[in-house]
Design a protein around this ligand. Sequence first.
Ligand code: URA
Length: 434
Amino acid sequence: MNILDIISKKRDKMELSKEEIDYFVNGYTNNEITDYQAAALIMAIYLNGMTSKEITYLSLAMAYSGEVLDLTKLGENVVDKHSTGGIGDKITLILMPIIAALGIPVAKMSGKGLGFTGGTVDKLESIPGYNTQISVDEFIENVDKIGISLIGQTLNLAPADKKIYALRDSISCVENIPLIASSIMSKKIASGANKLVLEVTVGNGAFMKNIEDAKKLSETMINIGTLAGKETVCVLTNMDEPLGYSIGNSLEVIEAAEALQGDMEDDVKQVVLELGSYMIKLAGHGDNIEENKSKILDCIDSGKAYIKFLELIENQGGDVSYINDVSKFENAKYVVPVLSEKSGYIKSIDAEKLGKISCNLGAGRVKKEDVIDNQVGLIINKKIGDKIEENDAIGIIHANDEIKLKNAIDEFKQAFNICEEYVEKPNVILGIMA
Ligand code: URA
């Protein structure tokens, strides 16, 4: 077998065998196949697609390119969640303590942000002292001890995906259903849970720009999950505007702390309730989705979810005094409101643009070596359907650099489309697929 034959086979729209996909994944991970050969194959896949067999083989080959965790010690049903990425998506920070407080073990590895979407690890690391890089043994011990641990992906979790994802990013091949599905599912297979709830985001701030593509991606991931023996549910959610009111690392931690104390934005609440109720169901803790939603609301109202959040942070070395008194998070140098130039209703918001503004202020990485600035980001005061008067603040920019601030103000205004007619609020939950 050789890589040139594999590239030409895919170039000529033929199906690759399991052996050929394994050969590529192993060879590329071990540096025996060059970047330019891998790039040619990935581009051929991007242009010519993959069959469902090929997608499953690719997911499994990438999952088994490194360590595959065994979480059976934690229980018969271990549930994990994942989002295909969004703007202001702090759902993991809010939902996972709730699930743990309901007695369901939470052992979750999350990624760093790259480009306009944020990453849970960066948000957690904005809490002084919080350690996302503990060993796998300590990770499992923590779940055993307090029912929850949230960490970064270990170096050896699906290393092939890490390499192939970086390559895709550098050759404009990220937005592709077979490649996104296999990338996500390889990590989920390697992280050891046997039940998965996946949030598939749809809209201008997501990889999937329309509902048809989101359904195809969901179907593809459910299919891989089934073949890998992992029951999978996809919740399709709207990402035509940011989720919640904040974008940026410590700003999102503050929003999460408030949400867990009962002060939760409506769109965040809907996503938390929907994803959470399916997690409870897959964990075997209740089949009735509406009853599960009540359990989540009770768990927040009783304060148990917030206490679990504090316990999680403390157990991983974080300073909980910042959560109990969020004013301890130091503000950025410039905190500047952006005023509306006219009155009307918010018709649309360019969520991707807001993600890019926040990233350019320093909240995200343009290149993977970039250092994150935890203080900067955006506060969104107005969402789609909200009424606004001239000179009302549409939002607030938190910046540490004057030039970046100036650029951000103009772009922030451009991201909001205001019209005179009344605008309905959009649905947040767009569908469930299982
Ligand atoms: N998230 C992933 O983990 N992989 C992708 O390819 C896209 C989003």
